[in-house]
Design a protein around this ligand. Structure first.
Ligand code: NAP
Length: 450
């Protein structure tokens, strides 16, 4: 079902009919024709389009932010920040794309970065603009075309993005939104003109896409879930760490891949840190995401809320303790009040799975080695945040943590200039930075040119 269901009210506001197979083929024909022209344009021309995109995003920030909030429920101020971050990424690639893709001399050869063709992006709803822009901007800068299969609950964001790329003067039809359901992804990947695919989403979706692309020998990037550790050692600034912990967990109402999800606190400071965390959690407000008074909005769908409630119930049944017992709120919409869990057994869902919502999972650790082992004990490896002033501990965590991105004394964030991605069940490949823009290129080795 492709539809806008406002998570704050539960009301289905718009419904969309998926494209027919013939309509998808027509879209691929047009995208392919557009990409053949686009790949002959200069990097300066492509950069100019990205610069226009950045201006359009800023000029229409409030409009796009309202659309994001209406479709997936994040607080409006966070939706505005998301749109601004998209503009930053466009500007980054407009400014640096030419240098990042410049042919380079190595030994007796020249290495040149040629486009591949059409790239399919299968994207999630939690950052409905940012996830798309962060992969599509470099993909287009590198001379490819982009086909977007967005999550079924954010179709108006998906269509707005298509209009935005057109308004920025990219070749018409180079970026196309395909309003299709997930079972249509197989035929799109199998099409010869599609030369690669990137998916941001759950492990199941990633594994399915990787199987399909592997069968067709096409490269993939997978940006999947995470259960990021947030480690607090005795030398940390405990006030800052506790405040940052709650921010990191509650951003986007807890629905972020790189949200800190497990809090590993050294036993010497455990009680004090937990008191601070509880005070910050108790101060959170929840309500209408369009109203600036509230820190948390609803969860994006009824299914996500039901899944989270079940995981919390099963974690408690396994023996965990609730220091704060939240849950689904009565009334309209998909609101879920914050929950804090402690004494979580190793096999409970909170310890093994990614909990996508405002649930804080607390763990007591006794040594640095203990913290490292627990941090690495999930199937995931996306981000990690470590709070310590001790240089030996900093190095030990930096070397030992199994994660794509580690931040010491700060919250894990993505940055257009830095590679972003995970390991283990969090996926493979990198977006952003120089790695991101070269991912979907043919690195052509040229000998004997001159
Ligand atoms: P999801 O159910 O996997 O959906 C993501 C996208 O994949 C949607 O477009 C979905 O389409 C599509 N999809 C689902 N199953 C598919 C399949 N078998 N074949 C092809 N496409 C399929 O994930 P979600 O619940 O929307 O998003 C939350 C997940 O994304 C979390 O695990 C989160 O951590 C992860 N995430 C990761 C990152 C990162 O950068 N690592 C960033 C953000 C989110 P439909 O909507 O039509 O089902």
């Amino acid at each position: 079902m492709i539809q806008t269901q406002n998570p704050a009210t539960g009301v289905v506001e718009r419904h969309f009919i998926p494209l027919t197979p013939d309509q998808v083929l027509g879209a691929l024909d047009r995208a392919d024709a557009a990409q053949r022209i686009h790949k002959t344009t200069s990097l300066a021309q492509r950069g100019a389009c990205l610069t226009r995109m950045a201006s359009l995003l800023i000029a229409q920030r409030d409009h796009y932010a309202a659309l994001i909030t209406r479709e997936m429920g994040k607080p409006l101020s966070q939706a505005k920040a998301e749109v601004e971050k998209c503009a930053t990424a466009c500007t980054y690639y407009a400014t640096h794309g030419e240098a990042l893709l410049a042919p380079r001399r190595e030994s007796h050869a020249v290495i040149q970065y040629d486009p591949l063709g059409l790239i399919l992006g299968v994207m999630p709803w939690n950052f409905p603009f940012w996830q798309v822009i962060r992969c599509a901007a470099p993909v287009l800068m590198a001379g490819n075309g982009f086909l977007l299969k967005h999550a079924s609950n954010v179709p108006q964001c998906a269509l707005a993005l298509q209009d935005l790329f057109a308004a920025a003067d990219f070749i018409p039809n180079l970026f196309q939104t395909l309003l299709v359901e997930k079972d249509r992804v197989a035929t799109i990947i199998a099409d010869d003109r599609v030369r690669g695919a990137t998916l941001t989403g759950s492990e199941g979706a990633g594994a399915s896409l990787a199987r399909l692309a592997g069968a067709a020998l096409k490269p993939t990037v997978l940006e999947l879930g995470g259960s990021d550790p947030f480690i607090i050692m005795p030398s940390a600034d405990l006030d800052n760490a506790a405040e940052a912990a709650v921010q990191a967990r509650m951003m986007n109402t807890g629905q972020s891949c790189i949200a800190a999800k497990r809090f590993l606190i050294h036993h010497d400071v455990y009680d004090g840190v937990v008191q601070r965390i509880l005070a910050h959690v108790d101060a959170l407000t929840i309500g209408d995401p369009l109203d600036a008074r509230y820190d948390l909005g609803p969860l994006a769908t009824q299914g996500i809320r039901a899944g989270l409630a079940q995981d919390v119930k099963d974690t408690l049944a396994a023996g965990a303790k609730a220091l704060r017992m939240g849950g689904p709120m009565d009334g309209l919409g998909f609101f879920y009040t914050p929950t804090v869990l402690a004494d979580i057994p190793p096999d409970a869902p909170a310890a093994r799975k990614e909990l996508f919502g405002p649930v804080v999972s607390l763990y007591r650790v006794t040594t640095q080695q203990d913290a490292l082992a627990l941090a690495n004990s999930t199937p995931y490896g996306l981000g990690a945040s470590v709070w310590t002033q001790d240089p030996v501990e900093k190095k030990a965590f930096a070397d030992g943590l199994e994660a794509g991105s580690i931040t010491i004394n700060g919250v894990v964030r993505s940055d257009p200039a830095l590679p972003f991605g995970g390991m283990k069940a969090s996926g493979y490949g990198r977006e952003l930075g120089s790695e991101g823009i070269r991912t979907f290129t043919n690195m052509k080795t040229l000998r004997g040119l001159s």
